[in-house]
Design a protein around this ligand. Structure first.
Ligand code: FPP
Length: 164
């Protein structure tokens, strides 16, 4: 028989949980390679894991979840892989809306989105708009982020500081 937890035990356990979890998506390729599958299968499995993580974070009351999904360095990958990642992102943005609504998750894409195709930018804007009134937790997806561009952006907000 499973252990019974009182309400206060659950609260106490929740208090020890972090308020913000950030995950760097990595190892998709190695996961696929170990299973003799194409890299793309690893990326698809990555999206599936994200789905589980989002659901668990919503259930456990994690306030913010940030996923580092696609760095600016990732553009240097083979064209086919980049295209597949973009397709995956496009489909996930559309396919996950219902689930995000169910979990009351507000989607927010951070990073330099102007580098994405017009179609993808529109899909991002639509997904953000569709979830903007959700009163639950924000899910931040960092897409086309890079440490240099992030530092440079942050420095622009600080008077007298420039990245050279
Ligand atoms: C890292 O694994 C993962 C990525 C570079 C992409 C993860 C993103 C998605 C699956 C969703 C698509 C999202 C966007 C924003 C385009 P890796 O390939 O570096 O794995 P490895 O280190 O084992 O080679």
């Amino acid at each position: 028989m499973g252990t019974q937890h009182t309400g206060s035990e659950i609260e106490a356990r929740q208090e020890r949980l972090p308020r913000h979890i950030a995950i760097i998506m990595d190892g998709n390729g190695r996961w696929a390679q170990q299973r003799k599958l194409p890299r793309h299968a690893g990326h698809r499995a990555g999206v599936k894991s994200v789905r589980m993580v989002v659901e668990q974070c919503a259930r456990r009351g994690i306030e913010v979840l940030t996923l580092f999904a696609f760095s600016s360095e990732n553009w240097a990958r083979p064209r086919q892989e980049v295209n597949q990642l973009m397709d995956l992102f496009m489909n996930a943005l559309r396919g996950e809306i219902k689930r995000l609504q169910k979990n009351r998750v507000r989607l927010c894409i951070i990073g330099e989105r102007r580098a994405f195709s017009e179609k993808l930018q529109k899909r991002i804007a639509d997904a953000e708009q569709a979830t903007e009134n959700n009163d639950g937790r924000p899910l931040q997806i960092a897409a086309n982020y890079g440490c240099r561009s992030s530092v440079s952006k942050a420095s622009r907000r600080l008077p007298g500081l420039r990245l050279v």
